[in-house]
Design a binder for this molecule. Structure first.
Ligand SMILES: Cc1cc2nc3c(=O)[nH]c(=O)nc-3n(C[C@H](O)[C@H](O)[C@H](O)COP(=O)(O)OP(=O)(O)OC[C@H]3O[C@@H](n4cnc5c(N)ncnc54)[C@H](O)[C@@H]3O)c2cc1C
Length: 306
């Protein structure tokens, strides 16, 4: 089921047709407050009242016209203005291929630099998402380049990749900001752990490595991009055993998923940030959410018949 849904996520024929169906638009509302940024920011204001931070991402990836990247960058500049204007504890999280990474790396760098510089003006970080494994090395090299020019740049790494332990060691001397996720793409066996148990074990080991580095005096912002509460609790136990405070790491979850846990963890003194996605290009992203949990497919089907 996971492989089928991930294949559907990458299929351009389906991508052009499924979003036109009204019932899919209804089903997708579970994971996003609306298609426009205003709905996302409004939701962010509500979360802020509850004490939750936010991340904003406009859906879209693998642009095929470089002019579109200019438009995406301009859009994110207005979002940063809005975050500042509304005094939101919010940051933006962007896919490099949404800024033209497939087409012109230097132009992508200029766009990312301008966004990171603007985010820095209000003391925020600029997050780079991680895409499929064809992009991993290039994204990490891009991060190193960004980090030298804009220290407030942050990156997502994937625990299912066999290489990530080495990538963390490579980045630790830079004082990185790292969101660790399990990984959302279909990757081959030689590149990625396939069994859930192996991915989870690697996730814990990688987080422990980052917290140990922190305890040893390294500068590293650790964000757990997962809804796996059992894993989060294991990480929390390790942090407590090291004598690190609950605020020594952050928990990032997606809008609409395990909201009860987001609120509980926040109430218990952990830093929680909710990632709010918006935009019209939600098809591949939504299919990856379905792939993560087969029960979501049943939920989507209920929206169709109900
Ligand atoms: C803030 C954030 C940013 C992310 N950024 C990236 C990125 O840049 N690159 C990337 O490859 N991946 C990214 N991901 C996705 C990530 O890789 C996983 O695919 C996703 O988080 C699901 O895995 P999990 O860690 O929640 O663990 P799982 O083991 O999949 O899930 C643990 C539990 O959480 C709940 N759950 C998980 N997913 C769902 C869902 N879709 N619907 C309902 N319940 C669910 C279920 O109860 C499940 O049992 C991001 C995830 C988050 C939270």
């Amino acid at each position: 089921m996971r492989r089928l849904l991930l294949w559907m996520a990458g299929n351009s024929w389906l991508r052009n047709r499924i979003p036109r169906l009204w019932f899919t638009r209804r089903a997708v509302r579970r994971f996003m407050p609306g298609e426009d940024v205003e709905a996302a920011l409004e939701a962010g204001v509500g979360f802020q009242v509850e004490g939750l931070g936010t991340l904003y991402t406009r859906l879209g990836e693998n642009l095929t016209r470089i002019e579109d990247a200019d438009q995406v960058a301009a859009h994110y500049r207005t979002v940063l203005d809005q975050i500042r204007g509304r005094h939101l504890d919010g940051e933006i999280s962007v896919k490099l291929t949404q800024l033209g990474f497939d087409l012109d790396v230097d132009r992508t760098f200029r766009h990312a630099s301008s966004l990171a510089a603007q985010a820095a003006e209000s003391g925020k970080s600029f997050w780079i998402d991680m895409e499929g494994s064809a992009y991993t090395e290039a994204t990490i090299a891009f991060y190193e380049r960004m980090k030298a020019a804009h220290p407030n740049t942050a990156i997502c790494l994937q625990a299912y990749l066999r290489r990530t332990a080495a990538d963390i060691q490579r980045l630790l001397p830079l004082g990185p900001e790292i969101r660790l996720v399990k990984g959302a793409y279909a990757e081959p066996e030689n590149t990625a752990y396939q069994a859930r148990h192996d991915v989870d074990a690697n996730y814990l080991a990688l987080t422990v490595a980052m917290l140990d580095a922190k305890k040893a005096g390294r500068t590293v912002r650790v964000a757990l991009g997962t809804h796996d509460v059992r894993l989060i609790e294991q990480v929390a136990e390790h942090a407590a055993a090291l004598g690190l405070p609950r605020t020594s790491f952050e928990i990032q979850m997606l809008y609409g998923i395990r909201m009860d846990q987001q609120r509980r963890l926040n109430a218990e003194g952990y830093l929680v940030r909710d990632l709010i996605a918006y935009g019209e290009a939600w098809y591949p992203w939504y299919m990856r959410r379905l792939a993560e949990r087969p029960a979501n497919v049943l939920f989507a089907l209920r929206q169709i018949v109900g």
